[in-house]
Unconditional design. Structure first.
Length: 223
């Protein structure tokens, strides 16, 4: 079974995906983490965004893996080193959307994402899961929220992690990412024709998860 959860940054995809994976015994695949690994590797190798050829030739040397700890929390590994936290830095946030727009990067990551899901019951979060990675997914949900609310959530998350980034900077980063993610040539952020839209602006985490669980059960015919 494939459940696709798409939507913009801060819409609650990550949170809801983790919760539903736990409730329904699905494997949680965070596709954004694959692009984040490429962004981190570019930073570490001091490759600039404009050096597309170098980024593309670098990806063949990257081994990206997800491992699950005892709480089923995804741990992300890049060439055998755990980078679960590093890939969430503000530096990575700044370049990940343009990195994910590079077509050969997308093709390679989509290939990897499809392989990761092979033969498994998964809940996959991203931007293009229902439209491009798995257009035949059993359930497609598009999660959205007002931009101010999404920026507030990211700002709070950063604060909790001890990151010192102003609210204005977070808002600006989210706006830029939204714009860039929507205009990609392949895998742009958009609502799949057969997706159910959930607006999480005014929902608590558990209300959001209840709503998503209800949609999945309705679509898969379980009561
Ligand atoms: O979900 P996230 O914030 O971790 O995603 C990071 C970036 O990766 C996001 O700005 C767009 C890109 N992305 C994508 O293009 N396609 C996906 N399926 C997932 C993420």
């Amino acid at each position: 079974m494939i459940v696709a959860i798409d939507g913009p940054a801060g819409s609650g995809k990550g949170t809801v995906t983790k919760e539903i994976a736990k409730r329904m015994g699905l494997i949680n695949l965070d596709t954004g983490a694959t692009y984040r690994c490429v962004a981190l590797a570019s930073i570490r190798n001091k490759i600039g965004l404009e050096e597309e050829d170098k980024i593309v030739s670098m990806i063949d040397d990257l081994k990206i893996e997800f491992k699950y700890d005892e709480n089923d929390f995804i741990r992300v590994f890049l060439n055998d080193e755990e980078v679960t936290n590093e890939i969430r830095s503000f530096e990575v946030n700044k370049i990940v959307s343009p990195i994910s727009s590079i077509i050969p990067v997308r093709l390679k990551m989509v290939d990897l994402q499809r392989k990761m899901a092979e033969g498994k019951d998964v809940i996959m979060e991203g931007r293009d899961i229902g439209t491009y990675v798995f257009p035949n997914a059993d359930v497609k949900i598009y999660l959205d929220a007002d931009i101010e609310e999404r920026a507030k959530r990211r700002f709070k998350e950063n604060k909790e992690k001890g990151l010192d980034v102003t609210f204005e900077k977070v808002l600006e980063n989210i706006k830029k990412r939204d714009e860039n993610d929507k205009k990609k040539k392949i895998g742009a952020l958009k609502v799949a024709e057969d997706a159910v839209i959930v607006d999480s602006t005014k929902l608590t985490i558990s209300e959001m998860a209840d709503e998503v669980e209800k949609i999945i059960l309705e679509k898969t015919g379980e009561k």
